[in-house]
Design a binder for this molecule. Structure first.
Ligand SMILES: [Zn+2]
Length: 691
């Protein structure tokens, strides 16, 4: 646990650990009251540092003023991230509840700091450094953040803003927790209804022998149940029930919460002189404004329209042909609950690719060690398991990151919490826990995932989409660790513009497509045979089919995220808008009863800025081309990527990171080619390979 011994300049952990608690991590506390004192100590330390910033006896300098400000930010950020983690993963509900309540206190301190005029003036009085662009960038962005928060408004307005911000935080937290704790169930009366599902799935879902629903199989809306049913179940009624159970999580109780949140955000934007929340939320982003966002979305809409129409026509024709062959009525359309199923059937038939055929090559344990060693090779690092670290659940593993290329010793630590359990967040995410500060504290981060768990002889076979999700989250993790060696916490790790953060994650996903890299770890769980190259090729061709559609699915989410944050909340009909945005982008028949907005947690975190995924996908594909022109692991390009994109953390503007790595401006060429790989211009799918 101790990481102070090797620090060069004598600064110690005292900065990051509230000294009076004597604990380095809040999950080491055994009770809710102990967690409360841990937070109180952190807030106390934060307050003392803030006092130091505004202390009138000191000249305003980087070393005095900005250092204290940054340490105050670091303490708050570590407390907030670690409480968020506990709120998402702690097995004890009373700790989760306390963490959520305490998060509001931390958020309040954050809002107060963001509107503290004395701090703003002290920071503004620091002479802007001329020989240190990273620090100048930090100071610049910090002052901009203050102005966008409304620090120069009169006091009554600042009070109002403070109250509204706190309300927004509370509403967001409640919304998220409702989703986390809302698990839908689907009752299956007979095993025949599970037709089409993999054998290991059926075997691990026996009928209940006691309690409620005795004699029936109970499926849940958790991912390890949801995804296989939507992909493989031949029973359309079962798919539809699962779809509706999934899309009605946290409905209806989250609807008024979301409405209130949108109203509060609208008021904040208005007080700050912006016509919509979406304009406020893009003002300090690479995107710059909601008008530019709309233009970006319109361009993608045009770029994907024909491809998506062709994909849908091929899929529908295929489903109709299958119906004729089976002697049943031809479907007139494919609905949203059947999209995944027909996509899978089509890929099997047209590309000789059965996604179940790759699963035996992806047992969880092998994938995990394979992803770790792949990432070690890409980033020039070494991961070492830490066996004696105390964690929040026995299934969590702890790893130290050591530098193999730069000779910098230990770079940080991460935690892997990989399987679902009751009360745990259902999604997949990477969570920074402690921001790194060069010479002061090492970064820490965690992955929170919900992959099938190997147990009782079941190897926990993943789907190929799970493996790319794993890589995606690892991209975030490495950004947090490698970018966590900055002079300032505020520049550390993923502290880039918010709309750059999905670049490193989506870039790493692309590595999944390389047969050579996959064969290094994807070995059959029974025979140990490496995954055949031809199978990977077929998988790649098959998964390229549907790309236009997947981009349009993102366009649907993106437009909903934008529209909910720019239309008048007083007259906004969330359901009607959901259906309208859906129909604008997706040809699959709308399923009545879809209440996705009640569980769309990105609306709280990303607010109007869900566009980040698509915006960054275009950049990530452009980046990947730099690798794909030769050996993916070539030292020159992997080192350049680490140095120019990840290591700078948030110390440079996103556009500069892009230019420095590409050695040119970014353009959409690679993305267009990526889209066109799926279906050539003549409308027929790419030629299938022999089995
Ligand atoms: Zn991500």
């Amino acid at each position: 646990m101790d990481q102070t011994s090797q620090l060069p300049d004598g600064r110690t952990q005292a900065m990051r650990v509230p000294a009076s608690t004597g604990l380095s991590h809040p999950w080491l506390v055994a009770s809710a009251p102990a967690l409360e004192s841990w937070v109180a100590a952190a807030l106390d330390q934060h307050a003392r540092l803030v006092d130091g910033v505004t202390d009138g006896n000191h000249p305003r300098t980087l070393e005095h003023t900005l250092r204290r400000y940054d340490d105050a930010v670091a303490v708050l950020s570590a407390a907030g991230s670690q409480l968020s983690l506990l709120n998402s993963v702690h097995p004890d509900k009373s700790i989760r509840d306390t963490a959520q309540a305490q998060l509001q206190l931390v958020a309040q301190a954050g809002v107060a700091l963001g509107l503290n005029r004395a701090v703003y003036q002290a920071l503004g009085a620091i002479p802007m450094p001329t020989d240190d662009p990273a620090t100048a960038h930090y100071l610049d962005r910090t002052l901009l953040g203050y102005r966008l928060a409304g620090v120069d408004r009169e006091e009554a307005v600042r009070d109002q803003l403070r109250a509204l911000q706190e309300q927004a935080t509370m509403l967001s937290l409640t919304f998220g927790r409702n989703v986390q704790e809302s698990v839908g169930t689907v009752i299956v009366e007979s095993p025949e209804e599970l037709a089409g599902l993999p054998e290991d799935f059926v075997a691990s879902h026996p009928a209940r022998t006691e309690g409620e629903h005795t004699g029936s199989i109970v499926l849940t809306t958790e991912f390890p149940d949801y995804l296989p049913v939507m992909t493989f179940a031949t029973n359309a009624a079962l798919r539809r029930r699962m779809f509706l159970a999934y899309q009605t999580r946290a409905f209806p109780h989250n609807v008024p919460i979301l409405q209130e949140l949108l109203k509060v955000r609208g008021e904040i934007a208005a007080l700050l002189g912006f016509s919509t929340w979406a304009d406020l939320a893009t003002a300090d982003q690479m995107m710059e404004s909601s008008a530019k966002m709309q233009q970006f979305l319109d361009e993608l809409e045009v770029a994907t329209r024909q491809g998506a129409e062709r994909e849908y026509a091929l899929l529908l024709g295929f489903a109709q042909q299958a119906a004729r062959a089976a002697g049943v009525a031809e479907p007139a359309a494919i609905d949203a609950a059947s999209r995944g199923f027909w996509m899978e059937q089509y890929r099997r038939a047209e590309f000789a690719f059965d996604s179940q055929a790759v699963r035996p090559y992806f047992p969880f344990a092998r994938v995990q060690s394979g992803v770790l060693s792949l990432v070690e090779a890409v980033f020039g690092v070494r991961f070492e398991p830490v066996d004696d670290a105390e964690v929040w659940h026995p299934s969590v593993t702890t790893w130290d990151v050591w530098d193999r290329r730069g000779g910098n010793g230990r770079l940080g630590r991460f935690y892997l919490d990989m399987h679902p359990r009751e009360g745990k967040d259902k999604w997949f995410s990477a969570a920074p826990l402690i921001p790194g500060i060069l010479g002061q504290q090492l970064p820490e981060a965690a992955l929170i995932c919900n992959f099938p768990e190997p147990k009782d002889g079941n190897p926990g076979l993943l789907q190929h989409s799970d493996v790319s999700t794993y890589l995606h989250e690892f991209g975030h993790l490495m950004h947090a660790i490698l970018g966590g060696q900055q002079r300032w916490a505020g520049n550390s790790g993923i502290a880039t513009e918010g709309d750059f953060v999905e670049v490193p994650s989506q870039m790493l996903e692309e590595f999944f497509r390389d047969p050579g890299l996959l064969a290094r770890f994807a070995h059959h769980y029974q025979t140990d045979e490496p995954i055949p190259e031809a199978l990977v090729e077929r998988m790649n061709r098959a998964s390229a089919f549907g790309r236009a559609d997947s981009v349009r699915t993102q366009l649907f989410y993106t437009s909903y995220s934008l529209d909910t944050h720019r239309l008048d909340p007083a007259t906004l009909d969330l359901e009607q808008l959901l259906e309208a945005d859906y129909k604008r982008f997706l040809p699959y028949e709308w399923v009545d009863g879809n209440k996705l907005h009640a569980s769309f947690t990105h609306l709280t975190g990303y607010s109007s800025n869900y566009y980040t995924y698509l915006f960054d996908k275009v950049i990530a594909i452009d980046f990947f081309r730099e690798f794909a022109t030769g050996d993916l692991l070539a030292e020159e390009v992997t080192t350049r990527y680490r140095k120019e994109v990840l290591e700078p953390g948030g110390s440079r503007p996103g556009r500069q990171l892009v230019r420095n790595f590409l050695r040119r401006d970014q353009n959409p060429e690679a993305f267009s080619e990526w889209l066109a790989e799926a279906i050539p211009a003549d409308g027929t799918p790419a030629e299938a390979l022999p089995v």
